[in-house]
Design a protein around this ligand. Structure first.
Ligand SMILES: NC(=O)c1ccc[n+]([C@@H]2O[C@H](COP(=O)([O-])OP(=O)(O)OC[C@H]3O[C@@H](n4cnc5c(N)ncnc54)[C@H](O)[C@@H]3O)[C@@H](O)[C@H]2O)c1
Length: 300
């Protein structure tokens, strides 16, 4: 498939894109900065500018496409990962305006151009604990996409929740023509980070509460995008984008009962299920993880 990938030069994109290339997809990266990958062209595009977004979505993917007999077709799918990826990179008001505008511009252009599949990066933060002020508890476990009342109090998470609503309203108008899946991405882990980060997670479980003791391998995030390209007929959906298991050696039910005794558990949990559960993605997108942290972290 021809995939336009926004924000591909960032932490997640630089690992997700090679996975997509390995599956035979062609990728054009839209970003403000280049991606260090000789197989992918970066078109410098400011996604807060709607004109640039429409134009970039109808662009050649690289110089070699000038040798085609006709201009290339519109992309088959868009993956929108570009954003200010947290608070405190720029003032909150600037982050919020930029994130919401980028997501609006991307979704509007994709729908109006007839691009069939759009994936947008939402965030674990919408569950309201990640960037909370002081201590706060989740309402219930597991964190599930379609039943949890997302009530974040910070501007970044709110910008991501707005993105989900933009996606939902455009999908309604363009139903049957464009499908939009929002990925509530968990804490992204790059391959080199297992050895550095996970030993700390294991000895200090409270430090991972804000990430709901869950993570997503950046390469598996690419696989999740691929699974979403292969799946059709779901309209607008929200998926937690995480790996299967909790970032601890203890069973999930036992750990949560001890660490969060006042938070209700709403269903039977798999033994080591990630509290930010990916069961919906496993079921509807047929996602099977390839990078379980246990394969990379030695016993203490
Ligand atoms: N990293 C995480 O743990 C995590 C967790 C949850 C959600 N997310 C979301 O996943 C996505 C990818 O995260 P990441 O960690 O790779 O972020 P990142 O900051 O590493 O990369 C974001 C990319 O977006 C680009 N960008 C920003 N503004 C732009 C604009 N106006 N026009 C074009 N490009 C622009 C940046 O240049 C950068 O390359 C983001 O939407 C982020 O909010 C990330």
């Amino acid at each position: 498939m021809r995939i336009v990938f926004t924000g591909g030069s960032g932490k997640a994109g630089k690992h997700a894109i090679p996975y997509l290339l390995s599956q035979g997809h062609q990728v054009l990266n839209l970003d403000l900065v280049p991606l260090d990958n000789p197989d992918v062209y970066t078109l410098k595009t400011d996604l807060t500018d709607s004109g640039q977004v429409f134009n970039a979505f109808t662009s050649h993917f690289n110089m070699s496409e000038y040798s085609l007999p006709h201009p290339p077709p519109i992309p088959d799918a868009v993956v929108h990962f570009a954003a200010y990826a947290r608070n405190l990179l720029v003032p909150d008001s600037e982050m919020f305006a930029s994130n919401v505008k980028q997501t609006y511009n991307v979704i509007e252009a994709a729908c109006k151009l007839g691009i069939k599949k759009v994936i947008i990066a939402s965030s674990e933060t919408v569950y309201g604990v990640c960037f909370t002020q002081g201590e706060s508890d989740y309402h219930s476990f597991p964190l599930e996409e379609d039943t949890y009342d997302c009530d974040p109090e910070d501007s970044y998470a709110t910008s991501k929740l707005c993105g989900e609503r933009i996606a939902r309203s455009f999908e309604r108008r363009y139903r049957g023509k464009t499908e939009i899946y929002a990925f509530r991405i968990g804490n992204v882990i790059e391959p080199h980070e297992y050895a550095i980060n996970f030993p700390k997670y294991l000895i200090d479980p409270p430090s991972r509460k804000r990430n709901a003791w869950s993570y997503i391998d950046a390469r598996d995030l690419g696989k999740l995008c691929h699974c979403a390209f292969q799946t059709n007929g779901l309209g607008f959906q929200v998926f937690n984008a995480t790996n299967n298991t909790i970032t601890l050696r203890e069973k999930t039910k036992d750990f949560l009962a001890r660490e969060c005794p006042n938070v209700k558990i709403t269903r039977e949990l798999e033994d080591y299920e990630a509290p930010l559960t990916n069961v919906k993605a496993r079921k509807l997108l047929k996602f099977e993880e390839e990078h379980n942290w246990r394969d990379y972290v030695k016993d203490q």
